[in-house]
Design a binder for this molecule. Structure first.
Ligand code: CP3
Length: 339
């Protein structure tokens, strides 16, 4: 198996910079669309053969150095007793929305049998892939925002109302999501994933003070419970002001959005392996402008303990497959270590 990605996660500088993209399997790809026309998104996630096939599409087409399991951060919620739907043009819907302590009893501990399709997909993939497979979950806080809002949100009103008005109930919700996430991630590790990524997409809506209270302890608890079996990447967005706390979380790799200069990140994140951080929409620009930015990030990444090239968030649906291919080739041709 190609192991440049795992080497970088472990802080060893590989011969070339590994690259993969968040949301690398998805609607920007004609191969994905072809399958998606026949099945809805949830059916694709729940059918191990389809999930495995779609996971492999970008590995074959783009030549990336890691695969990420085709699934969603909300998938484990069904196995915790909630209903999830993905509605075209609207996005995910979770019901019932849990906004009070009374509703909290509807959330159960995860029933692993109910997500067996995830473990089956992983088992297929580790036989087929020649690159490492990344499993994932959301952070408890980010998952809580969906459980409380019941859908994507702009201002996270209900989340913050719950959090500030009943902090002990909110902590109960976070504890429950944390324990299920630990069981779920350990299930993925047992099934064979080579690394895991924790998506903390919405951590950046919190002040540093509240991040320390409502987010960090639960991320830390997950990291401690995984007992360093596989490298853990911590992705968050809009969190440059939280660097000190993110360092404390104990993740092996810090994944950055584009709002921070990679050079500054090398200092802020205490020379940890870093992942990122091109603005996904920069890929819609002219080639010369794209490569200028990719090269700047790669050069700055040389100062990190190790660097994994990625975007600062998921691939946008309007991205050209060919552009991503060229970025992969460019990253691979770049000299990450001096002779
Ligand atoms: O990265 C990958 O290729 C692996 C698969 C993956 C998906 N979602 C597939 C998906 C991963 C790792 C995720 C994570 C995820 N899901 C996050 C965290 C990362 C981030 O983007 O911030 C979040 C917040 C979600 C929740 C979610 N799922 C939303 C808000 C949406 C709707 C928006 C959209 O793009 O449609 C989804 C649906 C979703 N998840 C799709 C895919 C490929 C689109 C499904 C379709 O084909 O209709």
């Amino acid at each position: 198996m190609k192991d440049v990605f795992i080497q970088a996660c472990r802080g060893i500088k590989p011969q070339y910079t590994p690259v993969w993209f968040m949301r690398q399997a998805g609607r920007y790809m004609p191969q994905y669309q072809k399958i998606r026309q026949k099945y809805d998104f949830l059916t694709m996630c729940k059918t191990p053969e389809i999930a495995a096939e779609v996971t492999m599409q970008p590995v074959k087409v783009l030549n990336v150095d890691a695969a990420i399991l085709f699934s969603d951060i909300l998938i484990p919620l069904e196995a915790m007793g909630l209903k999830i739907e993905f509605i075209d043009e609207k996005g995910p819907v979770v019901s019932p929305a849990i906004r009070t302590i009374d509703n909290l009893k509807k959330l159960k501990n995860i029933e692993l049998n109910a997500v067996d399709f995830v473990f089956k997909a992983i088992k297929i993939l580790i036989k087929e892939l020649d690159v490492p497979l990344i499993g994932f979950s959301a952070s408890p806080f980010t998952l809580a925002t969906y459980v409380i809002e019941g859908s994507s949100s702009k201002d996270f009103f209900h989340t913050k109302k719950f959090m500030f008005s009943d902090s002990s109930g909110f902590h109960q919700l976070l504890s429950s999501l944390t324990e299920s996430t630990i069981v779920y991630l350990n299930g993925q590790i047992k099934a064979g994933v080579n690394a895991v990524q924790i998506f903390d997409t919405w951590a950046g809506i919190l002040s540093p003070y509240d991040y320390e209270i409502f987010c960090k302890p639960y991320v830390k608890r997950i990291l401690e419970s995984l007992k360093q079996t596989v490298p853990v990447i911590y992705f968050s967005s809009n969190t440059s002001g939280l660097a000190k706390h993110i360092n404390d979380s104990g993740a092996d790799v810090v994944s950055l959005d584009w709002r921070i200069d990679m050079k500054d990140a090398c200092h802020l994140f205490e020379y940890k392996p870093l992942q990122g951080n091109l603005d996904p929409l920069a890929l819609l620009g002219q080639e010369m402008e794209i490569f200028k930015r990719v090269e700047k990030i790669l050069n700055a990444g040389k100062s990190a303990k190790a660097h994994i090239f990625n975007l600062g968030h998921g691939v946008n649906i309007n991205t050209q497959v060919d552009t991503l291919k060229k970025v992969v080739d460019f990253v691979h041709a770049f000299k990450s270590v001096e002779d």
